[in-house]
Ligand binder design. Sequence first.
Ligand SMILES: O=C(O)CCC(=O)C(=O)O
Length: 331
Amino acid sequence: MVREPALSAEQIVSFQENGFLVLDNLVPAEDLEAIEQEYDAALDEHAKRLYLQGDIADEYADLEFGARYARIISEYPDLHQFLNISLPLLNEDIDASTFHMHSGPAAFHLMRHPRILNVVEAIIGPEIYASPVQQMRMKPPEKQLSDALAGHSNVGATTWHQDIVALFPEADETEQLTVWLAISDASIESGCLVSIPGSHREGPKTHCSNDAIASEPQVPDKLMQGRAGVPLPVRKGGAVLFHKMNVHRALPNLSQNLRWSMDLRFHPIGQESGRPAFPGFVARSRSNPLQELHDAQAWAASWDSARERVLSGQHGGRIFEDRRWNDAAVC
Ligand SMILES: O=C(O)CCC(=O)C(=O)O
């Protein structure tokens, strides 16, 4: 069977030239209903648990999803870790009570959405590994965030960076592709991404360490020399593909609504993820489909095992890279 490529030749050239590509309507809105329902149920569960523990003053059950999330996170900032699709990026001071994540079946099945894998295949080929370098970002209106939370890119604005920055050196040559999916509309007002076209050809940039949140090293403004970049607004279900060297950031959410996205990363099977403490899986293999993981429970179990390995000290090393691109003379 001859398959239609998911991207046109022009789109592939545009990705190669700019280091990013915007795709409208990649995932149909009806295919996002499962994740919306799963997160509604998860938020309800967390609200009940946190209220019982005395961590929040009310379950806020009468609020709609975005408003409820914003209200609860203002009282219990670690909530975002429980709803993320990665364990927290911490190299030290790990608190087992908040070293948690969300690993529900809707999240897993969305990562394997055929329309996502089709565009990934068009860029990196048919042997596709889903990297554990992945995040669910749920950003309430910025004016409702404490300063500490506003500095965390899962919840507040994201500073200039290249995705390679948090990977270990063994992934330097990995053809890692980022797929950033809008689960709600991402407009300039609500905090869409901004990219510097062609920056993926400029080599690795200095990223200054962030003392407050170690997992957030950033290219300092003085190196950006006023480059504004191109804002990339997308509607719900749209996506942005990124080369791992592309310099990008996300604007603050100045709207009244939740800005919700999921960023996934894929690379050819056999290459390094650059985050060995965490598990990935074979998402598609045209040569050996039997390797593919279709079982959401097995995926969740692989993250449970990673959590155990980290907490028990069996994984002795660090989880992410945060200092490699630091330059004391600039930072
Ligand atoms: O959504 C965001 O705020 C940032 C996403 C991002 O920078 C990425 O996916 O690399």
